[in-house]
Design a protein around this ligand. Structure first.
Ligand SMILES: Cc1cc2nc3c(=O)[nH]c(=O)nc-3n(C[C@H](O)[C@H](O)[C@H](O)COP(=O)(O)OP(=O)(O)OC[C@H]3O[C@@H](n4cnc5c(N)ncnc54)[C@H](O)[C@@H]3O)c2cc1C
Length: 575
């Protein structure tokens, strides 16, 4: 099922088109370009050990298929990106019996291809939509302070103002002040910095012609890890979930959609799910599913491609750059997972969502736009470790995609299926609640009478101070056992207190504490955890979305081979 990337496609430079992730050809929107590093010397073959598996993970798939086929669910969510997961989480919390399925991996498409920002949206100030910015800020701060402080990190952002640039210093200074005022200065006051102050935070900043730098605060995350933690929250609330299970047709009772026919992509098993209501949360495929309901359904959305590059830098950055490209567009350079994330592009896309890919022209554009604010030697294409692309879902209509509103569209089809698409990662909880309210209004299915009000704020699993967890892990380690501080910090900031479960695996089997690649902080115990507790089925599920091996450019054929063996060899103990 998995393939080793073509070595010729490792560097996304102008002469080499990026290879797409070949693992789930008909459902992955990502065009991931793994760039193979040197094989880690001496990495131990991990021991296959068993842990208690969560339903739906590992060998428990057949049991989950049986559970999905049992009785009638109140709600079937098709699509396990962040929107579908949020609705499943909310609906399960309100007492409904909820199923969620995804054709590929959870968050395997758009939801792991974002710019990783949890933000108010500085650019919305320009459209005068202060209410939207204030709402986004509120949600951003809730995520960062109460829902997921273990996964969402504060980050200073710098906007360089150059001679002859699209914005003046006074305007940018006023802009960042207003931006911070709209979040009641919760992350400090937006202000102007000198070029020297800014260069200390962002060492590659181009200082030639630099007049001033406007600074403001936002947050960032690892989107695929945050999504997996949200899937876990939905399961904790009672949802039944299965990834790599594609909806191939809809079930009907009379004219109403009352379920779906599915195909398990791991082994071809066909099964079905009955549900009183079906929600289509398939992101870029939203119209594909709407046409399953009604072949005459007109297009409801259009797609815009956004590509990113992950760049190696000689030293760490402590702030992100928001680089004005013109009066409307910005390009980001964001320190992320020990690398610098550059992007993104914004171009109408009319092809098959499964075929979206990073093209040489995207690489050229991203590096060219980054060069407006970053010194050219930093931006050598040979420093690009990884590249990926995803698709924004925008409301239908004409005009420039960069000017289109990032709105959430909720519609109901002729067969009663609800469809949701668009919106921001940052506001996913809000979107989940909005869709839940729409479910209450569906007259044909009186769900409202059976729904309790979900709690307003429920934290994601693992809620804890990452510093405290890292400290605990380091104190708790067995004498002689290897757990270096960067590894402990990495586990704590990607799993919260669940990192203690990973540390326990390592205590029982010290070989699992070895790094997967010597240049990255991920360890083999995460692979076992991903398999047994996080629904990882394929090598890319593990290396690209549960750990940071691929995005750091540290994937090698040897690593892929060992992960594959760990995924297939053991038979986890189920509960
Ligand atoms: C380039 C880019 C950058 C972005 N940056 C940010 C940012 O920094 N901050 C922010 O707040 N937002 C950002 N966004 C927006 C955010 O990423 C999206 O709003 C969000 O990820 C959409 O999630 P989704 O669940 O609707 O779609 P998806 O994540 O695409 O999920 C849809 C799922 O449906 C599944 N599916 C499709 N067909 C079927 C089928 N037949 N059966 C079963 N499953 C199926 C797919 O496999 C997929 O997993 C960005 C978006 C893009 C494209």
């Amino acid at each position: 099922m998995t393939t080793t990337p073509d070595p010729a496609a490792r560097r996304p430079d102008a002469s080499v088109p990026a290879a797409r992730d070949t693992e789930a050809p008909s459902a992955e929107t990502l065009s991931d370009t793994p760039i193979t590093a040197a094989d880690p010397s001496g990495a131990p073959a991990p021991v296959s050990r068993a842990t208690v598996a969560l339903p739906g993970s590992g060998a428990d798939r057949s049991r989950t298929r049986a559970e999905l086929s049992r009785g009638t669910f109140d709600l079937l969510v098709v699509g396990g990106g962040i929107l579908g997961t949020s609705v499943a989480w909310n609906a399960a919390q309100s007492g409904l019996r909820v199923a969620m399925v995804d054709a590929g991996d959870f968050a395997g498409a758009t939801s792991s291809a974002s710019s990783k920002l949890v933000h108010g949206g500085l650019r919305y100030l320009q459209t005068g939509n202060l209410k939207l910015v204030a709402e986004n800020h509120r949600e951003r701060r809730s995520l960062a302070t109460t829902v997921a402080p273990h996964l969402v990190n504060p980050l200073p952002f710098l906007v360089p103002v150059y001679e002859g640039g699209p914005h003046g210093a006074a305007k940018m200074g006023a802009g960042v002040f207003l931006y911070s005022a709209l979040s009641a200065f919760g992350d400090g006051m937006g202000r102007l910095l000198s070029p020297a102050q800014a260069a200390r935070l962002a060492p590659g900043l181009r200082t030639e012609g630099l007049k001033s730098v406007a600074a403001y605060g936002d947050h960032q995350m690892n989107d695929s890890r945050m999504a997996i933690m949200t899937v876990r929250a939905a399961v904790d609330a009672g949802a039944v979930v299965l990834n790599h299970a594609e909806v191939v047709d809809l079930r009907r009772t009379g004219t109403r959609v009352t379920g779906a026919e599915l195909r398990d992509r791991t082994d071809g098993t066909e099964f079905g799910v009955d549900a009183r209501l079906v929600l289509n949360a398939t992101g870029p495929w939203v119209d594909h599913l709407r046409r399953m309901e009604d072949p005459a359904a007109a297009p409801s959305v259009r797609l815009s491609k956004g590509a990113h590059l992950v760049l190696r830098t000689p030293e760490p950055w402590r702030a992100a750059l928001t680089i004005p490209v013109d009066r409307h567009r910005v390009s980001f350079a964001i320190p992320w997972e020990g690398r610098l994330l550059l992007g993104t592009t914004d171009e109408e896309y009319t092809g098959d969502p499964a075929e979206v890919s990073v093209l040489p022209s995207d690489v050229e554009q991203i590096l060219g736009e980054a060069e407006l604010g970053i010194d050219a030697p930093y931006l050598d294409a040979s420093h690009v470790d990884y590249a990926f692309a995803g698709l924004r879902v925008l409301p239908g209509g004409g005009g420039d995609t960069s000017a289109a509103k990032r709105e959430t569209v909720v519609t109901q089809g002729r067969g009663g299926m609800l469809s949701v698409a668009g919106g921001k990662w940052t506001t996913y909880r809000h979107i989940g609640r909005t869709v839940l309210n729409e479910l209450r209004k569906v007259r044909a299915v009186p769900l409202a009478e059976e729904m309790a009000d979900p709690l307003r704020t429920v934290p994601l699993p693992g809620l804890a101070s990452p510093d405290a967890v890292a400290q605990r892990i380091l104190i708790d380690r067995e004498p002689g056992a290897r757990m270096e501080p960067p590894v402990a910090r990495h586990l704590a900031s990607h799993y919260g207190s669940l990192a203690l479960d990973i540390a326990a695996l390592i205590r029982e089997d010290p070989a699992l504490g070895e790094r997967i690649h010597p240049d990255g902080p991920d360890v083999w115990a995460q692979v076992v955890f991903a398999r047994d507790r996080e629904w990882a089925v394929t090598v890319d599920d593990v290396l690209r979305r549960r750990t940071t091996v691929t995005v750091r450019g540290l994937e090698t054929p040897g690593v892929r081979d060992r992960v594959q063996r760990l995924l297939t060899a053991p038979v986890p103990v189920t509960r």
